[in-house]
Design a protein around this ligand. Structure first.
Ligand code: SF4
Length: 395
């Protein structure tokens, strides 16, 4: 269970002012010393991540954040980092000191919970230090809240049970292929092994798709592009071929029209994000004009294969197709530029290392600024004239 990638874990973030006991709460919930605890305000600077199994829910990732009231230049930077955590949060705990209730900070947090569609539980900590009158008043004012003590452990089990209960009704398992093909279907996965392939392993989306096929009784065969033709001859019946986007053009020529074809990236566009929005985003490519600004976004900073696709291949293909002088900008890692409205199109990588919430938040942030967004696989499929074919499986 410890090996479940973080991108597949439910992200539970803990927000609140400094020194309300966020780190102590995570330590109490996980039963481990995950976060450094001290009476000094602002001990947690960067978000701290702890992967664990929350029985019976499954693998989760707790995120401890810096205080939302941090001060000074450094404090402002920490608050900025904390507010970015909203974009990846599936479920939140907002913690207040029962003796120092600050509704302004909570109101601001609630705006973000609403914007990014994050269910939350309101937690009042340090109940062991409160008078009975104080407790009664808080219960009357905030009937939805829960009173706990991260120090004594009071109501920690109750809080854990409530998290599990609320998340059980919120989270649904997103399938990659299992709901698109019936049981006992046959899929051939094309994984080119060239100089850009990582040594001795296959990459996460390929591993995850194989597991999804196993989970749903779909037979999967993994071949290189160079053996695809032989594999199709060997197998009596093939329902779908899934290829790495890089080999799209060659694979399209090999796969007969009666067999469905798509790419890992397109399957992940649906699994991680919103297929129809990303598909609509491709329509913007033919509307690009001279001096249009296109933002290419990659979640990882270290994936050289994708860096080459994003920095070299996609810009070249786009310039060739449109004949326009397009200005490309690149965002690698976790942060999107603050002002998305300056772009005419955003092209995102497959996002396999990000959780679904991150991708949905990015799609939302583009929608708020009326900026079309699409992804690598769809862009490459369009350039190769096979976008319609590669999305037929979803119809
Ligand atoms: S998250 Fe994006 S850049 Fe990283 S490996 Fe996946 S597709 Fe490539």
């Amino acid at each position: 269970m410890r090996k479940t990638p973080n991108s597949n874990r439910i992200h539970i973030a803990v927000f609140g002012k400094r020194n309300v006991g966020k780190s102590s709460l995570i330590n109490a919930l996980t039963g481990q010393k995950v976060s450094l605890v001290s009476p000094v305000k602002g001990t947690t600077t960067d978000p701290v991540y702890k992967a664990m199994e929350l029985i019976p829910l499954g693998p989760v990732l707790f995120i401890d954040t810096a205080g939302l009231d941090d001060e000074g230049d450094l404090g402002a930077l920490r608050v900025k980092k904390t507010t970015r955590v909203y974009q990846k949060t599936d479920f939140a705990l907002f913690v207040m000191d029962i003796n120092e209730i600050d509704t302004a900070v909570y109101r601001e947090a609630k705006r973000n919970f609403k914007r990014f569609n994050i269910p939350h539980i309101l937690v009042f900590n340090q109940v062991d230090l409160a008078t009975q009158d104080r407790r009664d008043k808080v219960v009357a004012d905030y009937p939805q809240g829960i009173l706990i003590s991260a120090t004594t452990g009071q109501n920690i089990v109750k809080l854990r049970e409530r998290i599990v209960k609320e998340l059980s009704s919120e989270v649904k398992e997103e399938k990659i292929l299992g709901d698109l093909l019936p049981y006992n279907s046959t899929v051939v996965l094309v994984v080119p092994i060239d100089s850009e392939a990582p040594k001795g392993r296959i990459i996460l989306p390929q591993v995850q798709l194989i597991r999804d096929c196993l989970d749903h009784g779909i037979k999967s065969y993994v071949v290189r592009d160079t053996e695809l033709e032989l594999a199709l001859t060997d197998l009596k019946q093939v329902d779908l071929v899934v290829t790495d986007s890089q080999a799209f053009r060659e694979v399209d020529k090999i796969v007969p029209d009666n067999i469905l074809l798509t790419s890992f990236s397109i399957l992940f566009a649906r699994h991680k994000g919103d297929l129809s929005v990303l598909l609509r985003g491709t329509e913007q490519i033919d509307r690009l004009f001279d001096d249009a600004r296109v933002l290419i976004v990659e979640t990882c900073t270290h994936n050289q294969t994708h860096e080459d696709i994003g920095r070299v291949k996609i810009p070249r293909l786009l310039r060739q197709r449109t004949g326009k002088k397009i200005n490309f900008e690149f965002a690698m890692g976790t942060d999107l530029p603050n002002d998305l409205s300056q772009y005419d199109l955003v092209i995102h990588c497959g996002g396999c290392m990000a959780n679904r919430k991150t991708m949905l938040s990015r799609i939302l942030m583009c929608a708020e600024k009326n900026v079309p967004i699409t992804n690598y696989g769809m862009t490459i499929a369009l350039m190769n004239g096979i976008l319609a074919r590669s999305t037929e499986i979803f119809q």
